[in-house]
Design a protein around this ligand. Structure first.
Ligand code: HEM
Length: 433
């Protein structure tokens, strides 16, 4: 019902709201309808140069804001897949041809299409030999390291073999790329597809997300999901909780998260957690100054942060806040999220490259938190820094430990994203000798 209503609207006038809904709903017939029929192709940027070696290397194709911070594409689709049996060379060839077709059709940039493929420990377990030179835990192993579950529900652990991440500023771009991968369209952006996901690949889960200034406020205005606060979310905020994230100085660079040795050198490790975010309570419990204290640090002056963090330039000063964490705790009785996270830096450099986006996938406000790192252990280190078991926080006091009490992990997975040359059903020792 919802679907046909959405797509009808899109065909007539594809407003931003309609496109967001179309990406969230997805589907095959609907996708074609949303694009105006199978004959019509999305118009996304055409290829215009060579591709980086790493699938995760998006930097040169990302827009930047006025302060030089990378800006993520608006629309995101994640396809979680299982592969029956062992991959054959035919499977490899077919997947590679499909991915190459997407690259031939659209530029590797936000106005075109980014497409990355990652593989789980479960995928590699089918081979006789172990994965070489990469520590890739199962989601269960990861959970043991980062969850305490004091009375809470553990997250669902991804049991996919591979996941495909499609991202673009163009809703029609991600939808058509998805349809082309599924084999539901023979062209993408005017280019004939030379393959699709192999028949033995089953898509078992689909998630979607969005991020851009004003989108959480727009979702709130239409009450697209509940619970949301009554207080208006700032119309410049790209994320539900009201602030920008991903400043240049608080992100690891793509080079820093790239695996540098072994057969998968040039790839990276992605940890993907979905969080339900108690946005209503976050706004109910704190005014703007209180939210800055818990998101950044009690030492951050609201005047230097601005409404959504727009006055912070390219450096929110999380490192200095991390150094002041004990003083802040003593003085204010609380600590901020970013200052806790910055304690996990190595030689002053952040460990993670975060690419988190909002979602309404599970009918509550949520975040798909995708973090790239050189190893899965880096993610664990940061997660544990956020848990802050080492800090003498007031026992039983609510709202003193950053944003942790407003987040609940509902899904978790960890994936190796191989370099582009080895992205189609890699072997555990890679293609290189
Ligand atoms: C709803 C979920 C989350 C939101 C809204 C959020 C938001 C933010 C914001 C606004 C900042 C400060 C701005 C910046 O430096 O980019 C920040 C910093 C950071 N966050 Fe989060 N975050 C979330 C969850 C997480 C999780 C789950 C992790 C890791 C496991 C994490 C890791 C970090 C790191 C590493 C930093 C930067 C620390 C540094 O400067 O070294 N965040 N986050």
């Amino acid at each position: 019902m919802l679907f046909s209503r959405v797509c009808l609207l899109v065909v007539v006038t594809p407003s931003r709201r309609d496109l967001l809904q179309a990406v969230a709903v997805g589907g095959t017939t609907g996708i074609a309808a949303c694009l105006g029929g199978p004959a019509e192709d999305p118009i996304v940027a055409r290829p215009n140069g060579s591709l980086p070696a790493g699938q995760h290397e998006w930097h040169t194709g990302l827009a930047t804001d006025a302060d030089g911070n990378d800006v993520l594409p608006v629309h995101h689709v994640y396809l979680f897949c299982r592969l029956a049996d062992d991959p054959t060379d035919t499977d490899r060839d077919r997947l590679e041809r499909a991915l190459s077709s997407l690259e031939r059709a659209a530029a590797w940039r936000s106005t075109g299409l980014f497409c990355t493929v990652g593989y789980s420990a479960q995928y590699f377990d089918r081979f006789d030999v172990p994965l070489r030179d990469v520590e890739l835990p199962t989601p269960a192993e990861l959970s043991e390291e980062i969850d305490k579950f004091p009375g809470g529900q553990p997250p669902d652990l991804d049991d996919a073999d591979l996941f495909v991440h499609l991202a673009s500023d163009e809703a029609a771009g991600v939808l058509a790329a998805e349809a082309a991968l599924r084999g539901d369209r023979t062209t993408f952006n005017g280019t004939t597809m030379d393959g699709s996901l192999p028949d033995r690949v089953a898509i078992v889960d689909r998630r979607s997300g969005f991020v851009a200034p004003g989108l959480p406020a727009a979702k709130q205005a239409e009450r697209a999901v509940e619970p949301l606060p009554d207080e208006p979310i700032d119309d410049q905020a790209p994320l539900w909780m009201g602030f920008r994230a991903g400043y240049r100085a608080s992100q690891a660079s793509e080079t820093e998260v790239t695996i540098d040795t072994g057969p998968f050198a040039g790839g990276t490790v992605a940890t993907l957690e979905t969080f339900e975010v108690a946005v209503d309570l976050w706004y109910r419990d704190h005014d703007h100054a209180g939210r800055i204290e818990l998101m950044f640090s009690p030492g951050h002056d609201p005047a230097t942060v601005g409404s959504v963090g727009e006055r912070l330039g390219s450096d929110p000063d999380n490192a200095a806040a991390a150094d002041a964490i004990h003083d802040d705790l003593e003085r204010a009785g609380k600590v901020g999220h970013a200052q806790k996270a910055a304690r996990a830096r190595v030689d002053g450099r952040p460990r993670l490259l975060r690419r988190d986006v909002n979602t309404v996938d599970f009918d509550v406000p949520g975040i798909h938190f995708l973090a790239l790192s050189q190893s899965a252990a880096d993610y664990v280190t940061v997660r544990n820094a956020l848990a802050a078991d080492d800090l003498p926080l007031p026992v039983g006091a609510p709202s003193v430990n950053g944003i942790t009490q407003y987040l609940h992990a509902t899904h978790r997975g960890v994936y190796l994203i191989p370099p582009r040359t080895d992205r189609s059903f890699p072997r555990p020792a890679g293609i290189r000798p």
